[in-house]
Design a protein around this ligand. Structure first.
Ligand code: F0G
Length: 457
Protein backbone atom coordinates (compact mmCIF):
# COMPACT_ATOMS: atom_id res chain seq x y z
CA UNK A 1 0.00 0.00 0.00
CA UNK A 2 1.22 3.49 -0.82
CA UNK A 3 -0.59 5.13 2.10
CA UNK A 4 1.42 5.16 5.30
CA UNK A 5 -1.15 5.17 8.09
CA UNK A 6 -0.95 6.00 11.76
CA UNK A 7 -0.13 2.54 13.20
CA UNK A 8 -2.54 3.01 16.10
CA UNK A 9 -6.16 3.90 16.73
CA UNK A 10 -7.46 6.53 19.12
CA UNK A 11 -8.80 5.54 22.51
CA UNK A 12 -9.16 8.84 24.33
CA UNK A 13 -9.73 12.25 22.76
CA UNK A 14 -9.19 15.81 23.91
CA UNK A 15 -11.40 18.55 22.47
CA UNK A 16 -9.73 21.51 20.75
CA UNK A 17 -11.02 25.04 21.26
CA UNK A 18 -11.73 27.05 18.12
CA UNK A 19 -10.99 30.78 18.33
CA UNK A 20 -11.48 33.72 15.97
CA UNK A 21 -8.73 35.83 14.46
CA UNK A 22 -9.90 38.75 16.63
CA UNK A 23 -9.57 36.64 19.78
CA UNK A 24 -6.12 35.43 18.75
CA UNK A 25 -4.96 39.01 18.18
CA UNK A 26 -6.02 39.85 21.74
CA UNK A 27 -4.35 36.72 23.09
CA UNK A 28 -1.09 37.67 21.37
CA UNK A 29 -1.16 41.18 22.81
CA UNK A 30 -1.90 39.87 26.31
CA UNK A 31 1.01 37.43 25.93
CA UNK A 32 3.38 40.26 24.89
CA UNK A 33 3.87 38.50 21.55
CA UNK A 34 5.60 35.58 23.21
CA UNK A 35 3.92 32.28 22.33
CA UNK A 36 5.37 30.62 25.45
CA UNK A 37 3.14 33.01 27.41
CA UNK A 38 -0.03 31.93 25.57
CA UNK A 39 -2.30 29.54 27.52
CA UNK A 40 -2.42 26.19 25.69
CA UNK A 41 -6.24 26.40 25.68
CA UNK A 42 -5.96 29.21 23.17
CA UNK A 43 -3.91 27.12 20.74
CA UNK A 44 -5.54 24.98 18.05
CA UNK A 45 -2.60 22.98 16.68
CA UNK A 46 0.33 23.06 19.08
CA UNK A 47 3.64 22.49 17.30
CA UNK A 48 5.67 24.41 19.88
CA UNK A 49 7.57 21.29 20.83
CA UNK A 50 7.65 17.52 20.55
CA UNK A 51 8.89 17.41 24.14
CA UNK A 52 6.60 15.77 26.67
CA UNK A 53 3.62 16.40 24.40
CA UNK A 54 3.19 12.90 22.97
CA UNK A 55 0.30 10.53 23.57
CA UNK A 56 1.08 7.51 25.71
CA UNK A 57 -0.04 4.06 24.62
CA UNK A 58 -2.50 1.78 26.40
CA UNK A 59 0.51 -0.29 27.51
CA UNK A 60 2.15 2.77 29.03
CA UNK A 61 -1.03 3.71 30.92
CA UNK A 62 -1.27 0.15 32.16
CA UNK A 63 2.35 0.38 33.32
CA UNK A 64 1.51 3.64 35.10
CA UNK A 65 -0.95 1.67 37.22
CA UNK A 66 1.80 -0.82 38.03
CA UNK A 67 4.12 1.97 39.21
CA UNK A 68 5.78 1.16 42.52
CA UNK A 69 6.03 4.35 44.55
CA UNK A 70 8.47 3.03 47.16
CA UNK A 71 11.02 5.65 48.10
CA UNK A 72 14.01 3.35 47.80
CA UNK A 73 14.59 0.45 45.45
CA UNK A 74 11.16 0.43 43.81
CA UNK A 75 10.31 -2.27 41.29
CA UNK A 76 9.74 0.44 38.68
CA UNK A 77 13.29 1.70 39.12
CA UNK A 78 14.75 -1.70 38.24
CA UNK A 79 12.57 -1.96 35.10
CA UNK A 80 13.68 1.53 34.07
CA UNK A 81 17.36 0.90 34.80
CA UNK A 82 17.43 -2.49 33.10
CA UNK A 83 15.81 -1.27 29.89
CA UNK A 84 18.32 1.61 29.71
CA UNK A 85 21.25 -0.72 30.40
CA UNK A 86 20.00 -3.11 27.72
CA UNK A 87 19.64 -0.34 25.15
CA UNK A 88 22.74 1.72 25.92
CA UNK A 89 25.16 -0.81 27.32
CA UNK A 90 26.06 1.85 29.91
CA UNK A 91 26.47 0.60 33.46
CA UNK A 92 25.57 3.62 35.58
CA UNK A 93 22.07 5.00 35.12
CA UNK A 94 21.12 8.18 36.95
CA UNK A 95 17.40 9.03 36.71
CA UNK A 96 16.54 12.72 36.32
CA UNK A 97 13.29 14.64 36.05
CA UNK A 98 14.17 15.70 32.50
CA UNK A 99 17.05 16.19 30.10
CA UNK A 100 18.37 19.49 31.38
CA UNK A 101 18.76 18.08 34.90
CA UNK A 102 21.02 15.40 33.42
CA UNK A 103 23.00 18.14 31.66
CA UNK A 104 23.35 20.22 34.81
CA UNK A 105 24.54 17.28 36.88
CA UNK A 106 26.92 16.04 34.19
CA UNK A 107 28.57 19.40 33.57
CA UNK A 108 28.76 20.24 37.28
CA UNK A 109 30.47 16.93 38.11
CA UNK A 110 32.71 16.92 35.07
CA UNK A 111 33.86 20.45 35.85
CA UNK A 112 33.38 22.67 32.81
CA UNK A 113 34.49 25.93 34.47
CA UNK A 114 37.11 27.57 32.25
CA UNK A 115 36.88 24.64 29.84
CA UNK A 116 35.18 23.94 26.55
CA UNK A 117 32.38 21.60 25.58
CA UNK A 118 32.16 20.75 21.88
CA UNK A 119 29.04 19.63 20.04
CA UNK A 120 27.62 19.37 16.53
CA UNK A 121 25.13 21.91 17.91
CA UNK A 122 24.28 22.40 21.58
CA UNK A 123 20.59 22.60 22.30
CA UNK A 124 19.64 25.82 24.13
CA UNK A 125 19.46 24.24 27.60
CA UNK A 126 22.73 22.37 27.00
CA UNK A 127 24.53 25.55 26.00
CA UNK A 128 22.99 27.49 28.90
CA UNK A 129 24.05 24.82 31.42
CA UNK A 130 27.64 24.89 30.13
CA UNK A 131 27.76 28.68 30.21
CA UNK A 132 26.13 29.02 33.63
CA UNK A 133 28.91 26.84 35.06
CA UNK A 134 31.56 29.06 33.47
CA UNK A 135 32.33 26.87 30.47
CA UNK A 136 32.40 27.67 26.76
CA UNK A 137 30.08 25.85 24.37
CA UNK A 138 31.46 25.43 20.85
CA UNK A 139 29.35 24.17 17.94
CA UNK A 140 31.11 22.39 15.07
CA UNK A 141 28.36 21.33 12.63
CA UNK A 142 29.35 20.18 9.15
CA UNK A 143 29.21 23.06 6.63
CA UNK A 144 26.17 21.47 4.90
CA UNK A 145 24.16 21.99 8.11
CA UNK A 146 24.29 25.74 7.58
CA UNK A 147 22.91 25.56 4.03
CA UNK A 148 19.13 25.16 4.43
CA UNK A 149 18.51 24.04 0.83
CA UNK A 150 21.34 21.47 0.79
CA UNK A 151 19.84 17.95 0.72
CA UNK A 152 22.85 16.25 2.39
CA UNK A 153 21.26 13.41 4.39
CA UNK A 154 23.49 13.60 7.49
CA UNK A 155 23.39 17.25 8.40
CA UNK A 156 23.62 16.21 12.05
CA UNK A 157 27.26 15.19 11.55
CA UNK A 158 29.99 16.95 13.48
CA UNK A 159 32.79 18.54 11.43
CA UNK A 160 35.60 16.02 11.97
CA UNK A 161 38.41 18.22 10.64
CA UNK A 162 37.40 21.10 12.88
CA UNK A 163 37.03 18.71 15.82
CA UNK A 164 40.52 17.31 15.28
CA UNK A 165 41.95 20.79 15.12
CA UNK A 166 40.26 21.82 18.39
CA UNK A 167 41.29 18.63 20.15
CA UNK A 168 44.92 18.96 19.03
CA UNK A 169 45.10 22.63 19.99
CA UNK A 170 43.41 22.40 23.39
CA UNK A 171 42.86 18.75 24.34
CA UNK A 172 43.22 19.19 28.08
CA UNK A 173 40.90 22.20 28.16
CA UNK A 174 38.07 20.30 26.55
CA UNK A 175 35.70 18.86 29.16
CA UNK A 176 33.82 16.66 26.73
CA UNK A 177 32.42 16.29 23.24
CA UNK A 178 28.66 15.77 23.14
CA UNK A 179 26.90 15.05 19.86
CA UNK A 180 23.17 15.77 19.67
CA UNK A 181 21.24 13.02 17.86
CA UNK A 182 19.26 14.09 15.92
CA UNK A 183 20.56 17.63 15.72
CA UNK A 184 17.57 19.53 17.05
CA UNK A 185 18.88 23.07 16.64
CA UNK A 186 20.17 22.36 13.14
CA UNK A 187 17.00 20.93 11.60
CA UNK A 188 16.37 17.61 13.30
CA UNK A 189 18.67 15.74 10.94
CA UNK A 190 20.63 12.65 11.88
CA UNK A 191 24.32 12.04 12.40
CA UNK A 192 25.66 9.00 10.54
CA UNK A 193 27.13 6.02 12.36
CA UNK A 194 30.38 6.54 10.46
CA UNK A 195 30.62 10.13 11.64
CA UNK A 196 29.81 9.24 15.24
CA UNK A 197 32.33 6.43 15.22
CA UNK A 198 35.08 8.65 13.83
CA UNK A 199 34.21 11.48 16.23
CA UNK A 200 34.27 9.08 19.17
CA UNK A 201 37.64 7.60 18.22
CA UNK A 202 39.16 11.03 17.67
CA UNK A 203 37.82 12.38 20.93
CA UNK A 204 38.93 9.45 23.03
CA UNK A 205 42.37 9.44 21.40
CA UNK A 206 42.83 12.85 23.06
CA UNK A 207 41.68 11.52 26.42
CA UNK A 208 38.40 13.44 26.24
CA UNK A 209 35.08 11.72 27.01
CA UNK A 210 32.60 11.33 24.16
CA UNK A 211 28.89 11.73 24.98
CA UNK A 212 25.60 11.58 23.15
CA UNK A 213 22.70 13.92 23.78
CA UNK A 214 20.43 11.06 22.84
CA UNK A 215 16.97 12.71 23.06
CA UNK A 216 15.94 11.48 19.61
CA UNK A 217 18.14 8.39 19.29
CA UNK A 218 15.42 6.21 17.74
CA UNK A 219 14.64 8.67 14.97
CA UNK A 220 18.38 8.97 14.34
CA UNK A 221 18.77 5.18 14.27
CA UNK A 222 15.89 4.83 11.79
CA UNK A 223 17.46 7.46 9.50
CA UNK A 224 20.67 5.41 9.62
CA UNK A 225 18.70 2.32 8.63
CA UNK A 226 17.15 4.15 5.68
CA UNK A 227 20.13 6.17 4.52
CA UNK A 228 23.46 4.66 5.54
CA UNK A 229 25.04 1.81 3.67
CA UNK A 230 25.08 -1.49 5.50
CA UNK A 231 22.16 -0.82 7.87
CA UNK A 232 19.09 -1.55 5.72
CA UNK A 233 18.67 -5.07 7.11
CA UNK A 234 19.43 -4.26 10.73
CA UNK A 235 16.77 -3.70 13.39
CA UNK A 236 16.48 -0.21 14.84
CA UNK A 237 17.11 -1.70 18.29
CA UNK A 238 20.47 -3.08 17.16
CA UNK A 239 21.39 0.15 15.36
CA UNK A 240 20.50 2.10 18.51
CA UNK A 241 22.67 -0.20 20.61
CA UNK A 242 25.57 0.30 18.21
CA UNK A 243 25.05 4.06 18.42
CA UNK A 244 25.27 4.04 22.22
CA UNK A 245 28.23 1.66 22.15
CA UNK A 246 30.30 4.45 20.57
CA UNK A 247 29.84 6.73 23.56
CA UNK A 248 31.30 6.99 27.06
CA UNK A 249 28.00 8.31 28.28
CA UNK A 250 24.69 9.89 27.36
CA UNK A 251 22.18 12.47 28.51
CA UNK A 252 18.57 11.80 27.65
CA UNK A 253 15.23 13.54 27.83
CA UNK A 254 12.52 10.88 28.00
CA UNK A 255 10.07 13.55 26.84
CA UNK A 256 11.15 12.87 23.26
CA UNK A 257 12.07 9.32 22.25
CA UNK A 258 11.12 8.04 25.72
CA UNK A 259 7.51 8.55 24.57
CA UNK A 260 6.75 9.87 28.04
CA UNK A 261 5.48 13.19 29.34
CA UNK A 262 8.34 13.69 31.80
CA UNK A 263 11.68 12.17 32.73
CA UNK A 264 15.24 11.65 31.65
CA UNK A 265 18.53 10.07 32.58
CA UNK A 266 22.26 10.45 32.64
CA UNK A 267 24.32 7.33 31.96
CA UNK A 268 27.99 6.45 31.74
CA UNK A 269 30.60 3.80 32.41
CA UNK A 270 32.70 6.10 34.61
CA UNK A 271 32.57 4.79 38.22
CA UNK A 272 34.09 7.86 39.84
CA UNK A 273 32.01 10.38 37.90
CA UNK A 274 28.83 8.37 38.51
CA UNK A 275 29.46 8.45 42.28
CA UNK A 276 29.71 12.25 42.18
CA UNK A 277 26.61 12.47 40.01
CA UNK A 278 24.61 10.39 42.45
CA UNK A 279 25.74 12.58 45.35
CA UNK A 280 24.55 15.70 43.56
CA UNK A 281 21.38 13.89 42.48
CA UNK A 282 20.44 13.14 46.08
CA UNK A 283 21.01 16.77 46.98
CA UNK A 284 18.96 18.31 44.19
CA UNK A 285 16.73 15.76 42.42
CA UNK A 286 16.00 12.85 44.70
CA UNK A 287 17.10 9.42 45.85
CA UNK A 288 19.06 7.50 43.16
CA UNK A 289 16.23 5.03 42.52
CA UNK A 290 13.76 7.72 41.41
CA UNK A 291 15.70 10.96 40.76
CA UNK A 292 12.78 13.36 40.88
CA UNK A 293 10.35 11.05 39.10
CA UNK A 294 7.40 9.06 40.37
CA UNK A 295 7.57 5.27 40.09
CA UNK A 296 4.79 5.46 37.49
CA UNK A 297 6.93 7.80 35.34
CA UNK A 298 9.79 5.30 35.44
CA UNK A 299 7.36 2.61 34.23
CA UNK A 300 6.01 4.74 31.38
CA UNK A 301 9.54 5.46 30.20
CA UNK A 302 10.63 1.81 30.39
CA UNK A 303 7.70 0.85 28.15
CA UNK A 304 8.20 3.91 25.91
CA UNK A 305 11.81 2.92 25.28
CA UNK A 306 10.52 -0.38 23.89
CA UNK A 307 7.75 1.13 21.76
CA UNK A 308 9.91 3.83 20.23
CA UNK A 309 12.13 1.38 18.35
CA UNK A 310 9.09 -0.18 16.64
CA UNK A 311 9.73 0.29 12.95
CA UNK A 312 6.09 0.74 11.96
CA UNK A 313 5.91 3.59 14.41
CA UNK A 314 9.14 5.15 13.10
CA UNK A 315 8.06 4.76 9.49
CA UNK A 316 4.83 6.64 10.24
CA UNK A 317 6.71 9.19 12.35
CA UNK A 318 9.15 10.16 9.60
CA UNK A 319 6.44 10.04 6.93
CA UNK A 320 4.21 12.44 8.85
CA UNK A 321 7.06 14.90 9.33
CA UNK A 322 7.90 14.70 5.61
CA UNK A 323 4.22 15.28 4.83
CA UNK A 324 4.18 18.51 6.83
CA UNK A 325 7.33 19.57 4.95
CA UNK A 326 5.61 18.98 1.63
CA UNK A 327 2.58 21.01 2.72
CA UNK A 328 4.77 23.96 3.68
CA UNK A 329 6.79 23.85 0.46
CA UNK A 330 3.52 23.79 -1.51
CA UNK A 331 2.42 26.80 0.52
CA UNK A 332 5.49 28.61 -0.77
CA UNK A 333 7.71 28.46 2.30
CA UNK A 334 11.35 27.41 2.02
CA UNK A 335 12.22 24.75 4.58
CA UNK A 336 15.43 23.24 5.85
CA UNK A 337 15.99 20.22 3.63
CA UNK A 338 15.77 17.33 3.94
CA UNK A 339 12.96 17.13 6.55
CA UNK A 340 14.17 16.13 10.01
CA UNK A 341 12.70 13.44 12.23
CA UNK A 342 10.58 15.39 14.68
CA UNK A 343 10.02 18.77 13.08
CA UNK A 344 10.04 20.94 10.01
CA UNK A 345 12.14 24.07 10.17
CA UNK A 346 10.93 26.92 7.98
CA UNK A 347 13.80 29.04 6.67
CA UNK A 348 12.28 32.28 7.91
CA UNK A 349 15.47 34.25 7.20
CA UNK A 350 15.01 33.54 3.49
CA UNK A 351 11.21 33.63 3.48
CA UNK A 352 11.10 37.02 5.25
CA UNK A 353 14.29 38.49 3.86
CA UNK A 354 12.90 41.99 4.43
CA UNK A 355 13.16 41.44 8.22
CA UNK A 356 16.73 41.57 9.63
CA UNK A 357 17.84 38.94 12.21
CA UNK A 358 17.76 41.54 15.01
CA UNK A 359 14.02 41.87 14.37
CA UNK A 360 13.41 38.12 14.58
CA UNK A 361 11.96 36.94 11.24
CA UNK A 362 11.32 33.45 12.66
CA UNK A 363 9.35 34.87 15.53
CA UNK A 364 7.41 37.20 13.25
CA UNK A 365 6.36 34.15 11.25
CA UNK A 366 5.46 32.31 14.46
CA UNK A 367 3.12 35.14 15.49
CA UNK A 368 1.59 35.26 11.98
CA UNK A 369 0.82 31.50 11.96
CA UNK A 370 -0.83 31.85 15.35
CA UNK A 371 -2.89 34.84 14.33
CA UNK A 372 -3.91 33.22 11.05
CA UNK A 373 -4.99 29.83 12.36
CA UNK A 374 -4.06 29.21 15.99
CA UNK A 375 -0.93 27.22 15.04
CA UNK A 376 1.94 27.53 17.53
CA UNK A 377 5.56 27.03 16.48
CA UNK A 378 8.87 27.97 18.05
CA UNK A 379 11.50 30.35 16.75
CA UNK A 380 15.00 28.89 16.59
CA UNK A 381 17.07 31.87 15.64
CA UNK A 382 18.31 35.12 17.09
CA UNK A 383 15.50 35.38 19.64
CA UNK A 384 16.56 32.00 21.05
CA UNK A 385 20.32 32.15 20.58
CA UNK A 386 20.96 35.90 20.44
CA UNK A 387 21.56 38.22 23.36
CA UNK A 388 24.88 39.20 24.84
CA UNK A 389 27.77 36.75 24.46
CA UNK A 390 29.02 36.01 28.00
CA UNK A 391 32.66 36.09 26.85
CA UNK A 392 32.91 38.81 24.20
CA UNK A 393 29.87 40.86 25.37
CA UNK A 394 28.86 41.34 21.74
CA UNK A 395 25.27 40.85 20.58
CA UNK A 396 24.99 37.39 19.06
CA UNK A 397 23.24 36.61 15.77
CA UNK A 398 22.11 33.03 15.17
CA UNK A 399 23.57 31.23 12.13
CA UNK A 400 20.06 30.61 10.76
CA UNK A 401 16.67 32.23 11.36
CA UNK A 402 14.28 29.30 11.61
CA UNK A 403 10.74 28.63 12.72
CA UNK A 404 10.38 25.09 14.00
CA UNK A 405 7.09 23.26 13.72
CA UNK A 406 7.65 20.23 15.94
CA UNK A 407 5.24 17.33 15.78
CA UNK A 408 4.10 15.76 19.06
CA UNK A 409 4.33 11.97 18.91
CA UNK A 410 1.11 10.07 18.11
CA UNK A 411 -1.10 13.16 18.64
CA UNK A 412 -2.20 14.82 15.41
CA UNK A 413 -3.78 13.24 12.34
CA UNK A 414 -3.20 13.93 8.66
CA UNK A 415 -6.10 16.41 8.49
CA UNK A 416 -4.56 18.45 11.30
CA UNK A 417 -1.42 18.68 9.19
CA UNK A 418 -3.45 19.60 6.09
CA UNK A 419 -4.95 22.43 8.12
CA UNK A 420 -1.46 23.69 9.07
CA UNK A 421 -0.58 23.70 5.36
CA UNK A 422 -3.62 25.83 4.59
CA UNK A 423 -2.77 28.30 7.36
CA UNK A 424 0.80 28.53 6.03
CA UNK A 425 -0.46 29.21 2.48
CA UNK A 426 -2.58 32.11 3.73
CA UNK A 427 0.35 33.60 5.63
CA UNK A 428 2.55 33.18 2.56
CA UNK A 429 0.08 35.30 0.55
CA UNK A 430 0.67 38.28 2.86
CA UNK A 431 4.40 37.65 3.30
CA UNK A 432 5.45 41.21 2.39
CA UNK A 433 3.20 42.72 5.07
CA UNK A 434 4.84 40.78 7.92
CA UNK A 435 6.91 42.94 10.27
CA UNK A 436 9.64 42.28 12.81
CA UNK A 437 9.47 42.66 16.58
CA UNK A 438 11.58 44.14 19.33
CA UNK A 439 12.22 42.92 22.86
CA UNK A 440 10.90 45.16 25.61
CA UNK A 441 11.92 42.97 28.58
CA UNK A 442 14.22 39.93 28.83
CA UNK A 443 15.82 37.69 31.47
CA UNK A 444 19.57 37.03 31.64
CA UNK A 445 19.36 33.50 30.20
CA UNK A 446 17.10 31.49 27.89
CA UNK A 447 15.32 34.73 27.02
CA UNK A 448 12.95 33.27 24.43
CA UNK A 449 10.93 31.51 27.15
CA UNK A 450 9.84 34.63 28.98
CA UNK A 451 10.86 37.77 27.07
CA UNK A 452 8.18 40.38 26.35
CA UNK A 453 8.10 41.71 22.80
CA UNK A 454 6.18 44.18 20.69
CA UNK A 455 5.67 44.38 16.93
CA UNK A 456 7.52 47.06 14.99
CA UNK A 457 5.52 49.29 12.65
N1 F0G B 1 18.78 18.21 24.36
C1 F0G B 1 18.01 18.35 23.26
C2 F0G B 1 18.58 18.00 21.92
C3 F0G B 1 16.70 18.80 23.38
O1 F0G B 1 15.95 18.92 22.28
C4 F0G B 1 16.20 19.12 24.66
C5 F0G B 1 14.85 19.63 24.82
C6 F0G B 1 17.02 18.92 25.77
C7 F0G B 1 18.31 18.47 25.58
C8 F0G B 1 16.56 19.21 27.17
O2 F0G B 1 15.63 18.26 27.59
O3 F0G B 1 13.51 19.54 27.91
O4 F0G B 1 13.85 17.32 28.97
O5 F0G B 1 15.08 19.28 29.79
N2 F0G B 1 14.19 20.06 23.87
C9 F0G B 1 12.83 20.54 23.89
C10 F0G B 1 12.49 21.06 22.53
C11 F0G B 1 12.51 21.47 24.99
O6 F0G B 1 11.45 21.73 22.41
O7 F0G B 1 13.20 20.79 21.58
P1 F0G B 1 14.47 18.62 28.62
Amino acid sequence: MGTIIEPFRIKAVEPLKLTTREERREVLARAHWNLFRVPAEEILIDLLTDSGTGAMSAEQWAAVMRGDESYAGSRSWFRFRDRIRELTGLAHVVPTHQGRAAERILFACMGVKGRTVISNTHFDTTRANVERLGGTAVDLPVPEALQPANEFPFKGNIDLAALEQRLSAAGADIACVIVTVTNNSGGGQPASMANLRAAGELTRAHGVPFYLDACRFAENAYFIKLLEEGYADRSVESIARELFSLADGATFSAKKDGLANIGGFLASNDDRLARQEVELLILTEGFPTYGGLAGRDLEAIAVGLNEVVDENYLKYRLASTRYLGRQLVQAGMPIVQPPGGHAIYIDAGTFLDHIPPQEFPGHSLACALYEEGGVRGCEIGTLMFGGEDPVTHHERIAPLELLRLAIPRRVYTKSHIDYVGEVAARVAERRASLRGLRIVEEPAQLRHFSAKLEPLN
